[in-house]
Design a protein around this ligand. Sequence first.
Ligand SMILES: *[C@@H]1O[C@H](CO)[C@@H](O)[C@H](O)[C@H]1NC(C)=O
Ligand SMILES: *[C@@H]1O[C@H](CO)[C@@H](O)[C@H](O)[C@H]1NC(C)=O
Ligand SMILES: *[C@@H]1O[C@H](CO)[C@@H](O)[C@H](O)[C@H]1NC(C)=O
Ligand SMILES: *[C@@H]1O[C@H](CO)[C@@H](O)[C@H](O)[C@H]1NC(C)=O
Ligand SMILES: *[C@@H]1O[C@H](CO)[C@@H](O)[C@H](O)[C@H]1NC(C)=O
Length: 765
Amino acid sequence: MRRSERLIWLPILLLLFGRGLESASNYLIGLGSYDITGPAADVNMMGYANTDQIASGVHFRLRARAFIVAEPRGNRVLFVNLDACMGSQLVTIKVLERLKARYGDLYTENNVAISGIHTHAGPGGYLQYVVYIVTSLGFVRQSFDALVEGIEQSIIQAHDNLRPGSIYVNKGELLDAGVNRSPSAYLNNPAAERSKYKYDVDKDMTLLKFVDDEWGPVGSFNWFATHGTSMSRTNSLISGDNKGAAARFMEDWFDQNSSGSMSSPLSKKTARRVSNIIPVVEDNHHQLLELASSFESSSGKSITRFMSLTGRVRSALRQADRPKFVSAFCQTNCGDVSPNVLGAFCTDTGLPCDFNHSTCGGKNELCYGRGPGYPDEFESTRIIGERQFRKAVELFNAASEQLKGKIDYRHAYVDFSKLNVSIPKQGGGADVIKTCPAAMGFAFAAGTTDGPGAFDFKQGDDSGNAFWRLVRNLLKNPNKEQVDCQRPKPILLDTGEMDKPYDWAPSILPIQILRIGQLVILSVPGEFTTMAGRRLRDAVKTFLTSGASKEFGSNVHVVIAGLTNTYSQYVTTNEEYQIQRYEGASTLYGPHTLSGYIQEFKKLAAALISGKSVESGPQPPDLLSKQISLLTPVVMDATPIGVKFGDVSLDVPKNSTYKRGGNVTVVFWSACPRNDLMTEGTFALVEILKGQDSWTPAYDDDDFCLRFKWSRPFKLSTHSHATIEWIIPQTAASGVYRIRHFGAAKSLLGSIKHFTGSSSAFVVA
Ligand SMILES: *[C@@H]1O[C@H](CO)[C@@H](O)[C@H](O)[C@H]1NC(C)=O
Ligand SMILES: *[C@@H]1O[C@H](CO)[C@@H](O)[C@H](O)[C@H]1NC(C)=O
Ligand SMILES: *[C@@H]1O[C@H](CO)[C@@H](O)[C@H](O)[C@H]1NC(C)=O
Ligand SMILES: *[C@@H]1O[C@H](CO)[C@@H](O)[C@H](O)[C@H]1NC(C)=O
Ligand SMILES: *[C@@H]1O[C@H](CO)[C@@H](O)[C@H](O)[C@H]1NC(C)=O
């Protein structure tokens, strides 16, 4: 039956089988997912603003995950969750341009939300405002393109997958995946308000379960507040941090569970991948031959080369096969929430840091939060990821409340640099106060317990990288009006009043409400603290459920989608702002920033209830043509005489046998990973021998057990090495294995040539 025919028949069938009405689909749903890993070398990582944190390999891959929900003949909303530090105005603008070219007016700024999970382990340089690209030596085209392209691909999949289905919502508490990292600021909120809550961070996870009429469950998205800072400011491997890990685990879990086996998620995923590949190898022989011929021939059989391309054909498979299960772990009001749940300690004394200032003997540099896997950050990432994953599975399996009702949305751009905010007075009436042009306080430079500051932004300072030296003389001293407006924030950087060589900080911010039945998503372009998020959610919920509206019953689920569509740092309550910890210092538009948000969101909510439109507001600038990039491209790659790219430089010992839990490390002669990002592919592969001579992929660089590390002997060297580490999972099958590396080398004239290499075989027993 064609899709359109199904649509006509469905209501009739429902009438015939009345009981079906309860569980019947009422929406069209479609999900999609695509690789956005980006450049795995040379690029500064986004989040800690640490100049020294330069990518040099892959822990696991980053993805864009999208869902679309549509009324069969009405509105639709599109939500994209990125394994990236945050949404970016420029990325949003360019994705919307592509969507317009492809789909006309189906997807616009009004009904599209693009949100970041806040991993601090992804490549930076994709934001357009100066202050967010200082440590990345300016704009990084490759990071930006990987995001825009990957987001578009995930949306195309979701769009093509749109079919009748239902959505269920469920909510539950997860207690041990986040702690407040600025409790002294939280304590400045009124006691009466604090007494309404059991904890000083939000513990709720809200999950959506997507069920296709034909295929059954096809995915889930959930929102839970905790920072993406399980990986530290010195990590250099690309990673989705705890939320990316949770998503990886849940998708693997589903693949395993849905085929009814209790074997390991990893081996099951791979088995599925492989069984998917083989028919395609047969079906699309030509296409694969073409792909394969782009790789230099190695000693392996041609089938092996096909296998190594698993990722590249994965997306093609999805369309032919059942849609791939997509599970996203989205960010919400994580502003003051750390995943480093053991608390913050001084590296010198081992004692807890000073409570009020998070310092050690007066110094912030020594105070570090500890994750549950301390001192192993990979382990902390796994544990916090696994806690979110387990809670999500529990909510997923028990979800029974179906989303019903209208799909709708409202969006507005608001100039937060000069917003009139009306603050009710005690005895009636209201004071109108103004927000301020953006500015960052001194505590910003100190950083947080998740990553003590090193963002050396002092005026006249001679240190810093080339980009900083270029722009630091353009710093501006704030005038009295700005100083008064931002009080008590001592201004370090008056970013909102600096526009040379182009804007340092955003002024115009997007705010948005997406409604799917009784679920309401508030898209905010920043990191709300716990209490700031509670106030916003409560204000909108009260407004929607108060007498004015018959639209919403008393049952409304309100979630905040943090770091969405653009980025403007933090939002604290006015009381927290007074304390001027990192989050307060990073609340850009002054003490009344939150009140401004609440006021403007109420306008969107009012329009949603009344069915009226809202004014779209001033457009944010597109600064793409003004971007400055100082990151040097790859010049060329080379190997010493007598050595080829892909040759093994450190092999496994001959005839070696490893136990599960063992560490197999192989080093290859390699080339810069920026030459080919291996999007939807892999730099590293573990293969198992099946039969006499058929090497079959078992694990790739998206798997937790496999790490791809890349290095040069010195900064401008043309030589480089790929170190591939495989920690053999307890669930690995016994057998003969080998490790392979895939790369691409750049010649002096600029041509790119792919290569591969393989370790000797070894046994896992
Ligand atoms: C997982 O397996 C259990 C037990 O077989 C089943 O009840 C459940 O529906 C499965 N979940 C998914 C997502 O397939
Ligand atoms: C933190 O600061 C508050 C307010 O100044 C003070 O009352 C409290 O004793 C301080 N706490 C600690 C542990 O230093
Ligand atoms: C804000 O208020 C001031 C004075 O109260 C007024 O002059 C100005 O026009 C207002 N701005 C906006 C955008 O409404
Ligand atoms: C490896 O094992 C094979 C088979 O057991 C044996 O023939 C060969 O000599 C061994 N090689 C080394 C270097 O030990
Ligand atoms: C694996 O072994 C290599 C080489 O000995 C070592 O450098 C690396 O840290 C080990 N990896 C893990 C995850 O233990």
